[in-house]
Design a binder for this molecule. Structure first.
Ligand code: C2O
Ligand code: CU
Ligand code: CU
Length: 490
């Protein structure tokens, strides 16, 4: 661990800020300049420096004071292959502690691998290191900070980046030859001077903060090209703190080919794609319409209801009187798809990557996600009645076994929210959603648990002993305590 003095840190920050300012005035700094320029592994190894820093940059053509990785929002797109060695020399030049989490990777949760209990103080550095198994599922993963109480704010400020694992799906001929684009969906709230808006303690933090500036790769309504009769592969990440995306592409169905945990068995036609915070999807779009411009829309989605006093758990079986629903956002245009004449015609692939069915679970657990606004000293967001405590182990499992976890949305006193459940280290398959079977098998690490609903997931705990966490991926809810520790024992 290298040390860097406070003075040096301040000097670096000033210089970086000045440079970014000067460059943005002559148009060199683009918020998304690096999202398309990957930092890819070579010869089986990815070795890079990543710096979390504060400074001014240009976001969607306006100045913004943000946090960034290596000066870009979103951060650089990291690309690796199954079997690769990864070594990241991480430096914290923020005025506060941070760390790195590789969301979705099946690597050790301990040591200096994917360990969310590491805390890197301001001015310090940490080398993160792990090796991906040669059997690691390929897919669209991502990285972001994971310090309890600070996650929402640091992600809100810009600290997100894609982490692509290439593998089997990428080698399918039609997919290999398809055009490929990346969509990091993230909203921002900035004042006229480019300062980040901070939400009121209540109710905005409780609801989960959302911003008016809804961007794709840090850009407002970017254009993506599709070839007439060709295939376009979109890798979509919901990197927002709390905002849900309900995507619809004008006049075009989307063919789902991968979810958070990697490829599915065959393409699945979708009219709409709902992504809760933390979720990813890969879809294929066919250039099957007359050449022109088509809009990628975000349709309204209600992720919470405001109730009235007197309902909820304290009143037992009385039920809940629902009042107004606050979340009434309008449809918005996120991006534009534009046809180009050239390109090669490609058919949809018929088969993708088979999903191994899981054996029966040896253990069933129930986890109730709820919140109680009546508690003294603030609102408690809990799992099975408890707020997060990093020293407490909430659940103990054995490596090499399969468990069913039933995640129940227990609601709250005055409001009801959807909660996206996320677990680290191991991915799961959804067994049922409010008693309905899923429409197709898929590997996932994040799944939405709707208001009044429950989701049963089957989790194989494989390979890695250690302690890690599961939580709600509305990051404000996580920071308010909706997180718990699972210990995997060998
Ligand atoms: Cu995307 Cu625990 O994190
Ligand atoms: Cu994660
Ligand atoms: Cu939640």
């Amino acid at each position: 661990m290298t040390l860097c003095t406070r003075r040096k840190f301040l000097r670096t920050l000033t210089v970086a800020g000045t440079t970014a300012w000067a460059a943005s005035r002559i148009g060199f700094v683009s918020g998304s300049s690096l999202v398309l320029r990957p930092m890819a592994s070579q010869g089986g190894a990815l070795d890079l420096s990543l710096t979390a820093q504060a400074g001014r940059l240009s976001l969607a053509g306006r100045p913004a004071a943000l946090y960034s990785y290596n000066g870009s929002v979103p951060g650089p797109r990291l690309e690796i292959r199954s079997g690769d060695d990864v070594r990241i020399r991480f430096a914290n030049r923020l005025p506060e502690s941070t760390n790195l989490h590789f969301h979705g990777l099946h690597v050790p949760p301990s040591g200096n691998a994917n360990n969310v209990f590491l805390e890197i103080p301001p001015g310090e550095s940490q080398i993160y290191e792990f090796t991906l198994s040669p059997h690691h599922r390929c897919g669209t993963y991502w990285y972001h900070p994971h310090i309890h109480h600070l996650i929402a704010r640091q992600v809100w400020a810009g600290l997100v980046g894609l982490l692509i694992v290439r593998g089997e799906l990428d080698d399918i001929p039609e997919i290999r030859d398809a055009d490929e684009e990346y969509l990091v969906l993230k909203d921002f709230g900035l004042d006229a001077n480019g300062k980040l808006l901070m939400p009121d303690p209540t109710p905005q933090i409780m609801q989960g903060r959302e911003g008016d500036l809804v961007l794709v790769n840090g850009e407002l309504n970017p254009t993506f090209r599709i070839s007439k009769d060709g295939l376009l592969r979109l890798r979509v990440l919901n990197a927002s703190v709390a905002r849900y995306y309900r995507l619809q592409l004008e006049d075009h169905p989307m063919y789902l080919i991968a979810t958070d945990g990697g490829p599915i068995g065959e393409p699945f036609e979708l009219r709409e794609l709902l992504l809760a915070p933390g979720e990813r999807a890969e879809v294929l779009v066919r250039g099957e319409r007359s050449p022109g411009r088509y809009r990628l829309m975000n349709l309204p989605y209600r992720r919470f209801n405001m109730g009235m006093m007197g309902g909820g758990q304290m009143m037992g079986g009385m039920g809940r009187m629902r009042g107004t629903t606050i979340s009434s956002n309008e449809p918005i245009v996120l991006a534009t798809l534009e046809y180009r004449e050239t390109g090669r015609p490609l058919p949809l692939p018929s088969r993708l990557v088979p999903i191994e069915p899981l054996p029966q679970a040896i253990q069933v657990r129930q986890l109730v996600f709820s919140h109680n606004m009546m508690r003294m000293g603030g609102d408690a967001f809990t799992i099975n009645g408890l707020s997060f405590d990093p020293k407490r182990t909430d659940t103990t499992v054995r490596v090499g076994t399969v468990e069913d976890w039933e995640i129940v949305n227990g609601g709250g006193m005055m409001m009801d929210f959807d909660h996206p459940f996320h677990i680290h280290t191991n991915t799961f398959q959804v067994v049922s959603e409010s008693d309905r079977s899923p429409r197709f098998q898929a590997w996932k690490d994040t799944v939405n648990v709707p208001r009044g609903g429950s989701v049963r997931v089957r989790i194989p705990f494989q390979d890695f002993p250690g302690r890690t966490v599961y939580h709600c991926h509305i990051l404000d809810h996580e920071d308010l305590g909706m997180m718990a520790v699972v210990e995997m024992r060998s």
